[in-house]
Design a protein around this ligand. Structure first.
Ligand code: S3P
Length: 196
């Protein structure tokens, strides 16, 4: 246990170094654990955590379902793009993004240029178990939400795969996934050492 903790803190120091002033930007589908894992990673790295959906709700003084209903998805994406571009200017932080953010070309380019992106990749059943617990996803208000989620996986996973890093989010303890995220960031430093 003590040894594991020691390994995590060594990795955390290297991960902090690898990140520099950039944000670690978590991307992935609804239910992948971007916020839950993101908060833990931020704690372990001792940097702030921020969630782009919360920030959108704060600046608009509306909830995400209200924004979708009043203005529609295209307007929501514009707002999301503006908010994420602004958030990327301050770092280092862990920034968790809404599932559609990385699908928008401009938002993706801004994340790729200014942040370190990490895809939390999860399978359909893991996502489904998590999203059915809450009723706050406008895109899943369909006749067959599980099929909708599956269609989103098929449409989005090739794009998520262009993120700098990828970690599998599955049904294990959150601490475990968070430690893998930190190890993946730390490893980018080793890659850079080898390249030099
Ligand atoms: C969306 C995901 C949601 C939220 C909005 C749209 C998407 O965020 O931004 O409902 O397009 O996948 P989470 O991924 O945090 O659920």
């Amino acid at each position: 246990m003590e040894e594991t903790r020691h390994a995590i803190s060594e990795d955390a120091a290297r991960a902090r170094q690898a990140l520099g002033k950039r944000n670690l930007v978590l991307v992935g589908l609804m239910g992948a654990g971007k916020s839950a894992i993101g908060k833990l990673v931020a704690q372990l790295l001792d940097i702030p955590f921020i969630d782009s959906d919360h920030e959108i709700e704060r600046v608009s003084r509306m909830t995400i379902p209200e924004l979708f209903e009043s203005y529609g998805e295209p307007e929501f994406r514009k707002l999301e793009q503006r908010v994420i571009k602004r958030l990327l200017k301050t770092g280092p932080r862990v920034l968790s993004t809404g599932g559609g953010a990385f699908m928008n070309e401009e938002t993706r380019a801004a994340i790729t240029q200014n942040g370190l992106s990490l895809w939390l990749d999860a399978d359909l059943d893991t996502l489904w178990e998590r999203v059915i617990k809450r009723d706050n996803r406008p895109l899943l208000k369909t006749a067959n939400p599980k099929k909708t989620l599956e269609d989103l996986m098929i449409a989005r996973y090739p794009t998520y795969a262009t993120a700098h890093l990828r970690v599998k989010s599955r049904d294990v303890k959150k601490d475990h996934v968070a430690a893998e995220v930190i190890a993946a960031i730390a490893a980018t430093l080793e890659d850079a050492d080898h390249d030099a």
